[in-house]
Design a protein around this ligand. Sequence first.
Ligand code: RTP
Ligand code: MG
Length: 148
Amino acid sequence: MEKTFIMVKPDGVQRNLIGDIVNRFEKKGFKLAGGKLMQIPSSLAEEHYGEHKEKPFFGELVEFITSGPVFAMVWEGENVIATARQMMGKTNPSEALPGTVRGDFGLTVGKNVIHGSDSPESAQREIGLFFNGEELLNYEKNDQNWLY
Ligand code: RTP
Ligand code: MG
C-alpha cells in the first residue's frame, strides 16, 4: 500500500494542532504506520529541503523547521500521497481552500502548519530520512475492510 511522509511543523505543534491533523487523516481512512515528536537537526533539515537550496527563502525555511519540535508521521492508504496534498491545501495559506489544513489554520507561506511529500519519489526519500525500518509498523486494522 502507498505511504507518505507527513509532518506537523513547529508552528502547528506550538498551536496545539497535532490532534486535529491526526484526526483528519484517521477519519479519512488512512492508517498510521509510524509517528514521533522530534527536533530536526540542521543537517536533516537541509537534506529534507535540498530541492530548495538555491531559493532565497532556504535559510529561513531551515531556521523555522528546526526552531522547535515537529510531529513526523507516515500514513498509508490508496492514493495517500496525492490525497494528503489535497487535504493540506495550497502552499500559500492565502490560496488554500477552507476545509484544508492550511486553509483552516494558516495565514502565511512561511508558517503553513504542515508538510507532506509531493510525489512517490519524495515520499520514499523523506520516509527514509526520518524513519528507520523498526519504527514503521505493519498491522491489521478492522476498518480497512469497510474502506476498500
Ligand atoms: P512543504 O514542502 O513544506 O510540504 O510545502 P510545499 O511542498 O507545499 O511547498 P514547497 O514549494 O516545497 O516549499 C517548501 C516550503 O518553503 C516555504 N516557502 N516559502 N517565501 C516563499 O516564497 C516561500 N515559498 C515556499 C513554505 O513554508 C513551503 O511550505
Ligand atoms: Mg514541498
